[in-house]
Write a protein that binds this ligand. Structure first.
Ligand code: HEC
Length: 315
Protein backbone atom coordinates (compact mmCIF):
# COMPACT_ATOMS: atom_id res chain seq x y z
CA UNK A 1 0.00 0.00 0.00
CA UNK A 2 2.62 2.51 1.07
CA UNK A 3 4.75 1.43 -1.83
CA UNK A 4 2.24 2.38 -4.47
CA UNK A 5 2.57 5.63 -6.32
CA UNK A 6 5.86 6.82 -4.98
CA UNK A 7 8.21 4.07 -6.22
CA UNK A 8 6.58 4.19 -9.61
CA UNK A 9 8.15 7.57 -10.26
CA UNK A 10 11.47 6.25 -9.10
CA UNK A 11 11.26 3.33 -11.47
CA UNK A 12 10.77 5.70 -14.35
CA UNK A 13 13.88 7.62 -13.45
CA UNK A 14 15.92 4.57 -12.49
CA UNK A 15 14.84 2.26 -15.29
CA UNK A 16 15.93 4.22 -18.27
CA UNK A 17 17.78 7.37 -17.52
CA UNK A 18 17.70 9.24 -20.78
CA UNK A 19 18.85 12.78 -21.38
CA UNK A 20 15.41 14.20 -20.67
CA UNK A 21 15.21 12.45 -17.30
CA UNK A 22 18.63 13.73 -16.35
CA UNK A 23 17.61 17.16 -17.46
CA UNK A 24 14.44 16.99 -15.36
CA UNK A 25 16.41 15.91 -12.29
CA UNK A 26 18.98 18.64 -12.86
CA UNK A 27 16.25 21.19 -13.28
CA UNK A 28 14.46 20.10 -10.12
CA UNK A 29 17.76 20.45 -8.29
CA UNK A 30 18.34 23.87 -9.79
CA UNK A 31 14.91 25.08 -8.80
CA UNK A 32 14.71 23.55 -5.32
CA UNK A 33 17.00 25.60 -3.03
CA UNK A 34 15.32 28.99 -3.20
CA UNK A 35 11.76 27.80 -2.76
CA UNK A 36 11.52 27.61 1.05
CA UNK A 37 13.36 30.78 1.99
CA UNK A 38 11.53 33.24 -0.24
CA UNK A 39 8.61 33.94 2.09
CA UNK A 40 10.80 35.04 5.01
CA UNK A 41 12.59 37.88 3.26
CA UNK A 42 11.90 41.53 4.03
CA UNK A 43 11.05 44.01 1.29
CA UNK A 44 14.62 45.35 1.37
CA UNK A 45 16.07 41.83 1.04
CA UNK A 46 13.74 41.01 -1.82
CA UNK A 47 14.64 44.35 -3.36
CA UNK A 48 18.30 43.47 -3.20
CA UNK A 49 17.56 40.36 -5.25
CA UNK A 50 15.71 42.45 -7.80
CA UNK A 51 18.71 44.77 -7.87
CA UNK A 52 21.00 41.79 -8.53
CA UNK A 53 18.73 40.53 -11.28
CA UNK A 54 19.24 43.91 -12.96
CA UNK A 55 23.00 43.33 -12.97
CA UNK A 56 23.48 45.46 -9.86
CA UNK A 57 22.45 48.56 -11.86
CA UNK A 58 26.14 48.75 -12.70
CA UNK A 59 25.72 51.47 -15.35
CA UNK A 60 24.94 53.87 -12.50
CA UNK A 61 28.45 53.64 -11.04
CA UNK A 62 31.29 55.28 -12.92
CA UNK A 63 33.79 52.43 -12.57
CA UNK A 64 35.58 53.03 -15.90
CA UNK A 65 36.78 56.50 -14.91
CA UNK A 66 36.77 56.41 -11.14
CA UNK A 67 37.74 52.81 -10.47
CA UNK A 68 36.57 50.75 -7.53
CA UNK A 69 36.29 53.91 -5.37
CA UNK A 70 33.66 55.40 -7.69
CA UNK A 71 30.70 56.73 -5.68
CA UNK A 72 28.33 53.78 -5.70
CA UNK A 73 25.17 54.33 -7.76
CA UNK A 74 25.75 58.11 -7.91
CA UNK A 75 25.70 58.11 -11.72
CA UNK A 76 27.89 60.16 -14.01
CA UNK A 77 28.97 57.23 -16.12
CA UNK A 78 29.16 58.13 -19.80
CA UNK A 79 27.55 55.57 -22.09
CA UNK A 80 28.45 56.17 -25.70
CA UNK A 81 25.88 55.38 -28.34
CA UNK A 82 25.69 56.16 -32.06
CA UNK A 83 23.62 59.23 -31.07
CA UNK A 84 26.04 60.69 -28.52
CA UNK A 85 27.20 60.15 -24.95
CA UNK A 86 24.53 59.90 -22.25
CA UNK A 87 25.35 60.00 -18.55
CA UNK A 88 23.66 57.70 -16.08
CA UNK A 89 21.83 59.40 -13.24
CA UNK A 90 22.27 59.41 -9.52
CA UNK A 91 20.01 56.69 -8.06
CA UNK A 92 21.13 57.06 -4.43
CA UNK A 93 18.55 58.52 -2.00
CA UNK A 94 20.14 61.99 -2.03
CA UNK A 95 17.17 64.38 -1.70
CA UNK A 96 18.24 66.92 -4.34
CA UNK A 97 20.50 65.14 -6.82
CA UNK A 98 19.31 61.53 -6.39
CA UNK A 99 16.03 59.68 -5.97
CA UNK A 100 15.33 61.06 -2.49
CA UNK A 101 12.41 63.12 -3.70
CA UNK A 102 10.79 60.26 -5.62
CA UNK A 103 7.66 58.73 -4.15
CA UNK A 104 7.17 55.01 -4.75
CA UNK A 105 4.69 55.89 -7.50
CA UNK A 106 7.22 58.23 -9.11
CA UNK A 107 9.74 55.41 -9.14
CA UNK A 108 7.31 52.95 -10.74
CA UNK A 109 6.33 55.49 -13.36
CA UNK A 110 9.99 56.13 -14.23
CA UNK A 111 10.72 52.41 -14.60
CA UNK A 112 7.54 51.33 -16.34
CA UNK A 113 6.74 54.40 -18.43
CA UNK A 114 10.02 56.27 -18.83
CA UNK A 115 8.57 59.43 -17.32
CA UNK A 116 10.11 61.64 -14.65
CA UNK A 117 8.09 62.91 -11.67
CA UNK A 118 7.73 66.23 -13.56
CA UNK A 119 6.38 64.31 -16.54
CA UNK A 120 9.29 64.64 -18.95
CA UNK A 121 10.61 61.75 -21.01
CA UNK A 122 13.76 59.92 -20.10
CA UNK A 123 16.25 59.19 -22.86
CA UNK A 124 15.93 55.56 -23.91
CA UNK A 125 19.52 54.83 -22.86
CA UNK A 126 17.62 54.15 -19.61
CA UNK A 127 16.21 50.77 -20.62
CA UNK A 128 12.60 51.27 -19.61
CA UNK A 129 11.62 49.26 -22.69
CA UNK A 130 12.72 46.26 -20.58
CA UNK A 131 11.87 47.54 -17.09
CA UNK A 132 8.26 48.16 -18.14
CA UNK A 133 7.91 44.35 -18.02
CA UNK A 134 8.71 44.31 -14.29
CA UNK A 135 5.97 43.66 -11.77
CA UNK A 136 4.77 46.39 -9.41
CA UNK A 137 5.76 44.29 -6.41
CA UNK A 138 9.36 43.79 -7.63
CA UNK A 139 9.68 47.52 -8.26
CA UNK A 140 8.24 48.35 -4.84
CA UNK A 141 10.87 46.06 -3.29
CA UNK A 142 13.61 47.60 -5.43
CA UNK A 143 12.47 51.04 -4.31
CA UNK A 144 12.74 49.90 -0.68
CA UNK A 145 16.25 48.57 -1.30
CA UNK A 146 17.47 51.72 -3.07
CA UNK A 147 16.30 53.76 -0.08
CA UNK A 148 18.90 51.93 2.03
CA UNK A 149 22.03 52.67 -0.02
CA UNK A 150 24.25 55.58 1.11
CA UNK A 151 23.02 58.95 -0.18
CA UNK A 152 25.63 60.74 -2.27
CA UNK A 153 25.28 64.26 -3.59
CA UNK A 154 26.21 64.42 -7.26
CA UNK A 155 24.31 66.33 -9.92
CA UNK A 156 23.14 64.67 -13.08
CA UNK A 157 24.81 65.62 -16.34
CA UNK A 158 23.21 66.60 -19.64
CA UNK A 159 24.14 64.40 -22.62
CA UNK A 160 26.95 65.21 -25.03
CA UNK A 161 24.74 64.66 -28.02
CA UNK A 162 23.92 66.96 -30.92
CA UNK A 163 20.31 68.09 -31.42
CA UNK A 164 17.81 66.51 -31.91
CA UNK A 165 19.26 63.69 -29.81
CA UNK A 166 19.66 65.96 -26.80
CA UNK A 167 16.04 67.15 -26.93
CA UNK A 168 13.77 65.29 -24.61
CA UNK A 169 10.60 66.18 -26.46
CA UNK A 170 11.76 64.18 -29.51
CA UNK A 171 11.49 61.11 -27.29
CA UNK A 172 7.72 61.37 -27.58
CA UNK A 173 8.10 60.34 -31.22
CA UNK A 174 10.71 57.73 -30.33
CA UNK A 175 8.37 56.21 -27.77
CA UNK A 176 5.52 56.13 -30.24
CA UNK A 177 7.72 54.14 -32.63
CA UNK A 178 9.64 51.96 -30.23
CA UNK A 179 8.06 51.63 -26.82
CA UNK A 180 5.12 49.59 -25.66
CA UNK A 181 4.53 49.87 -21.92
CA UNK A 182 3.18 46.75 -20.20
CA UNK A 183 4.05 43.98 -17.78
CA UNK A 184 5.46 40.59 -18.80
CA UNK A 185 2.59 38.17 -19.37
CA UNK A 186 3.27 34.57 -18.27
CA UNK A 187 2.84 31.84 -20.89
CA UNK A 188 0.55 29.20 -19.31
CA UNK A 189 1.83 26.49 -21.67
CA UNK A 190 5.34 26.81 -20.24
CA UNK A 191 6.80 25.76 -16.89
CA UNK A 192 7.21 28.08 -13.91
CA UNK A 193 11.00 28.02 -14.38
CA UNK A 194 10.72 28.99 -18.05
CA UNK A 195 8.39 31.84 -17.18
CA UNK A 196 10.71 33.01 -14.43
CA UNK A 197 13.57 32.96 -16.96
CA UNK A 198 11.53 34.89 -19.52
CA UNK A 199 10.72 37.50 -16.88
CA UNK A 200 14.34 37.86 -15.75
CA UNK A 201 15.73 38.08 -19.29
CA UNK A 202 13.12 40.45 -20.72
CA UNK A 203 12.46 42.50 -17.58
CA UNK A 204 15.08 43.26 -14.92
CA UNK A 205 17.99 41.51 -16.69
CA UNK A 206 17.40 43.72 -19.75
CA UNK A 207 19.57 41.35 -21.82
CA UNK A 208 17.94 42.47 -25.07
CA UNK A 209 18.96 46.09 -24.57
CA UNK A 210 22.56 45.20 -25.32
CA UNK A 211 22.29 41.90 -27.18
CA UNK A 212 19.72 43.05 -29.76
CA UNK A 213 20.79 45.33 -32.62
CA UNK A 214 18.98 48.63 -33.09
CA UNK A 215 17.10 50.14 -35.99
CA UNK A 216 17.95 53.53 -37.50
CA UNK A 217 15.67 55.24 -35.01
CA UNK A 218 17.50 53.60 -32.13
CA UNK A 219 14.71 51.14 -31.29
CA UNK A 220 15.35 47.46 -30.73
CA UNK A 221 15.20 45.40 -33.92
CA UNK A 222 12.73 42.78 -32.68
CA UNK A 223 13.31 40.55 -35.72
CA UNK A 224 16.85 40.03 -34.43
CA UNK A 225 15.95 39.58 -30.77
CA UNK A 226 19.10 38.69 -28.76
CA UNK A 227 20.98 37.99 -32.00
CA UNK A 228 23.88 40.28 -31.10
CA UNK A 229 24.80 43.89 -31.62
CA UNK A 230 28.00 45.37 -33.02
CA UNK A 231 27.27 48.60 -31.21
CA UNK A 232 26.41 47.64 -27.68
CA UNK A 233 26.73 50.19 -24.90
CA UNK A 234 30.15 51.82 -24.59
CA UNK A 235 30.75 50.76 -28.20
CA UNK A 236 31.31 47.14 -27.19
CA UNK A 237 30.21 44.21 -29.26
CA UNK A 238 27.47 42.21 -27.52
CA UNK A 239 27.45 38.66 -28.95
CA UNK A 240 24.58 36.69 -30.41
CA UNK A 241 23.06 34.79 -27.43
CA UNK A 242 20.36 32.91 -29.33
CA UNK A 243 20.88 29.13 -29.59
CA UNK A 244 22.20 29.26 -33.15
CA UNK A 245 24.98 26.65 -33.47
CA UNK A 246 27.20 28.67 -35.73
CA UNK A 247 26.83 32.33 -34.78
CA UNK A 248 25.19 32.11 -31.35
CA UNK A 249 25.58 29.99 -28.23
CA UNK A 250 23.86 26.84 -29.53
CA UNK A 251 26.82 24.76 -28.41
CA UNK A 252 26.56 25.97 -24.79
CA UNK A 253 24.72 23.60 -22.46
CA UNK A 254 22.29 24.88 -19.82
CA UNK A 255 24.98 24.14 -17.23
CA UNK A 256 27.53 26.18 -19.25
CA UNK A 257 25.19 29.15 -19.13
CA UNK A 258 24.52 28.82 -15.41
CA UNK A 259 28.27 28.61 -14.80
CA UNK A 260 28.89 31.62 -17.05
CA UNK A 261 26.35 33.78 -15.21
CA UNK A 262 27.99 32.77 -11.93
CA UNK A 263 31.68 33.10 -12.83
CA UNK A 264 32.01 34.86 -16.18
CA UNK A 265 33.90 31.89 -17.61
CA UNK A 266 32.88 30.72 -21.05
CA UNK A 267 32.87 27.02 -21.96
CA UNK A 268 36.19 27.47 -23.79
CA UNK A 269 37.76 28.87 -20.61
CA UNK A 270 37.81 32.45 -21.85
CA UNK A 271 36.74 35.15 -19.36
CA UNK A 272 34.36 38.07 -19.81
CA UNK A 273 35.19 41.69 -20.45
CA UNK A 274 33.52 45.05 -20.08
CA UNK A 275 29.98 45.66 -18.96
CA UNK A 276 28.97 42.01 -19.03
CA UNK A 277 31.74 41.24 -16.54
CA UNK A 278 30.36 43.98 -14.27
CA UNK A 279 26.80 42.73 -14.57
CA UNK A 280 27.96 39.27 -13.53
CA UNK A 281 30.18 40.52 -10.70
CA UNK A 282 27.71 42.99 -9.21
CA UNK A 283 24.50 41.18 -10.00
CA UNK A 284 23.98 37.89 -11.81
CA UNK A 285 26.57 35.96 -9.76
CA UNK A 286 24.63 36.80 -6.59
CA UNK A 287 21.33 35.47 -7.90
CA UNK A 288 20.02 32.18 -6.59
CA UNK A 289 21.07 29.14 -8.55
CA UNK A 290 17.44 28.58 -9.48
CA UNK A 291 17.22 32.03 -11.05
CA UNK A 292 20.38 31.49 -13.08
CA UNK A 293 18.97 28.10 -14.10
CA UNK A 294 15.71 29.74 -15.16
CA UNK A 295 17.57 32.31 -17.30
CA UNK A 296 19.56 29.53 -18.95
CA UNK A 297 16.49 27.40 -19.60
CA UNK A 298 14.67 30.30 -21.22
CA UNK A 299 17.66 31.38 -23.32
CA UNK A 300 18.03 27.85 -24.69
CA UNK A 301 14.42 28.05 -25.87
CA UNK A 302 14.38 31.37 -27.77
CA UNK A 303 14.37 31.16 -31.59
CA UNK A 304 17.86 30.52 -32.94
CA UNK A 305 18.83 33.34 -35.27
CA UNK A 306 21.78 33.12 -37.60
CA UNK A 307 23.51 36.48 -37.32
CA UNK A 308 27.24 36.94 -37.44
CA UNK A 309 28.01 40.05 -35.45
CA UNK A 310 30.88 41.91 -37.08
CA UNK A 311 33.34 44.29 -35.53
CA UNK A 312 34.82 44.38 -32.07
CA UNK A 313 37.70 42.16 -31.09
CA UNK A 314 37.40 38.70 -29.63
CA UNK A 315 34.26 37.42 -31.35
C1 HEC B 1 24.77 46.38 -20.49
C2 HEC B 1 24.84 45.49 -21.64
C3 HEC B 1 24.54 44.03 -21.44
C4 HEC B 1 23.46 43.46 -20.78
C5 HEC B 1 22.33 44.17 -20.06
C6 HEC B 1 23.63 42.03 -20.89
N1 HEC B 1 24.77 41.73 -21.58
FE1 HEC B 1 25.50 39.88 -21.97
N2 HEC B 1 27.14 40.68 -22.84
C7 HEC B 1 27.37 42.02 -23.05
C8 HEC B 1 28.67 42.22 -23.68
C9 HEC B 1 29.28 43.55 -24.06
C10 HEC B 1 29.22 40.91 -23.85
C11 HEC B 1 30.60 40.55 -24.42
C12 HEC B 1 31.55 40.28 -23.28
C13 HEC B 1 32.93 39.86 -23.74
O1 HEC B 1 33.30 40.18 -24.87
O2 HEC B 1 33.63 39.23 -22.95
C14 HEC B 1 28.23 39.97 -23.32
C15 HEC B 1 28.40 38.60 -23.30
C16 HEC B 1 27.42 37.68 -22.95
C17 HEC B 1 27.52 36.24 -23.11
C18 HEC B 1 28.70 35.49 -23.72
C19 HEC B 1 28.39 35.12 -25.14
C20 HEC B 1 29.58 34.65 -25.94
O3 HEC B 1 29.35 34.15 -27.06
O4 HEC B 1 30.72 34.81 -25.50
C21 HEC B 1 26.34 35.71 -22.63
C22 HEC B 1 25.96 34.24 -22.59
C23 HEC B 1 25.53 36.81 -22.18
N3 HEC B 1 26.21 37.99 -22.39
C24 HEC B 1 24.26 36.66 -21.64
C25 HEC B 1 23.52 37.73 -21.11
C26 HEC B 1 22.27 37.56 -20.41
C27 HEC B 1 21.58 36.23 -20.17
C28 HEC B 1 21.87 38.80 -20.03
C29 HEC B 1 20.64 39.18 -19.23
C30 HEC B 1 20.36 38.41 -18.03
C31 HEC B 1 22.86 39.74 -20.51
N4 HEC B 1 23.84 39.06 -21.15
C32 HEC B 1 22.76 41.12 -20.33
C33 HEC B 1 26.52 43.06 -22.69
C34 HEC B 1 25.35 42.92 -21.94
Amino acid sequence: MTRLGFPKQKRVAGGSIGPSAIFAILLAWLIAPAAGAEGDLTAVQRGQRVFESAGGCTCHTNYPEEGTDAPWLAGGRGLSTPFGVYYSSNITPDPTTGLGGFSQDDFLRAMQEGLSPEGHNYFPIFPYTAFTKMSDSDLEDLYAFLKTVPAIERSNQAPDAPPPFSWRWTITAWKWLNFKPGRQVPDPTQSAAWNRGAYLVNGPGHCGECHTPRTLSGGLDRGLWLAGSAEGPEGELAPNITPDDETGIGDWSTADLVWYLETGFKPDGDDTQGLMAELIEHGFSDLSRSDRGAIAQYLKSVPAIQNQVQGGSGQ
